[in-house]
Design a protein around this ligand. Sequence first.
Ligand SMILES: Cc1ncc(COP(=O)(O)O)c(C=O)c1O
Length: 364
Amino acid sequence: MRIEELDTPAVVVDWDVMQDNIRSLADYCRKHGIGLRPHTKTHKIPAIAKMQVQAGSKGITVAKVGEAEVMAAAGLDDILIAYPVLGLSKLDRLAKLARERKITVGVDSMEAAEGISEAAKRAACRISILIEFDMGMHRCGLQSPEALVNMARRVEELPGLQFAGIMFYPGHIWDLPPDQFPMLLEVSQKIGEICEKLRQHGLDCEVVSGGSTPTAYNSHLVRRLTEIRAGTYVFYDMNEVGVQACRLSQCALKVLVTVISNAVAGKAMIDGGSKTFSGDRLISGDKTGFGYVTEHPEIKFVSMSEEHGHLELSPSSYKPRVGERLSIIPNHVCACVNMHDQIYYHRKGIIEGMWTVEGRGKVR
Ligand SMILES: Cc1ncc(COP(=O)(O)O)c(C=O)c1O
């Protein structure tokens, strides 16, 4: 089947572009001696996670226990849940997983660590712990090296746990790659400070887990980093194009849509809105629009209803006809994929298969 024969809206991945993205970051990490532990929240598809592992990733990252269960059931191992796990039901599922797989959890509170310890004790298993530090995003993470060291010492005492190191997410760094240097230097210094303080208390910081897609190819500037958790790099999106983390040609995923109306002067409607693309606004570049119309970049994707995408045609003289098909690069690919049960993949326009987004909806 050719791409043109797919019913729309449909999410389609260019296999070759995705493979290049996977290979390229794996090669970079190998060259710099940094581990790669891709965040699979971008695709939520075990088959793609396996390709990342095959390309050299040491393991994978997920956000939720449910996503870890999906990946583990498909045979993946060495899974970092980069998200605090709380609540008896999740903790028991976590411990069950940890009996069969190497599981690490990122936490920033003793409440979370104690809950995981209790569950590990009940299940007679061992769970590795990374303590999260806030490098500037101000979402999660301890606020001072002293607080982190205190917590690490207490975690070491808890049965069933092993303090493995630290994690951080530099999600506050959305500068162009050449401008990231001062912020990454600050991150390096903070890591150095934390590792030194841990060492003074006889604690080894074996793992320093960081990384993001905008900073991915600058990871060698961060000293002592042992692994990065970039996720979006597998497909890229308009947010990453806007911050110059990639070129348009590296965007592996597009949403195929059909023009369903051109009755209103100066506008055209497509058959995908916020329930197809997600409502995420562009957070980089000129911060306008909801996606990039690849066939006619001059057309602006200006707003969305749930099931309608609103294209503004001016200044173009081009008027898409009803029934015409367009392909759009979404702003935020992770949120877009999460709206779909299946995504297709093609090579040179020929659909070669389809993946089920198995981790979709696994929010617990
Ligand atoms: C904790 C954590 N690690 C890694 C990532 C991956 O970052 P990126 O989307 O820049 O690839 C995310 C993204 O949300 C995250 O929340």
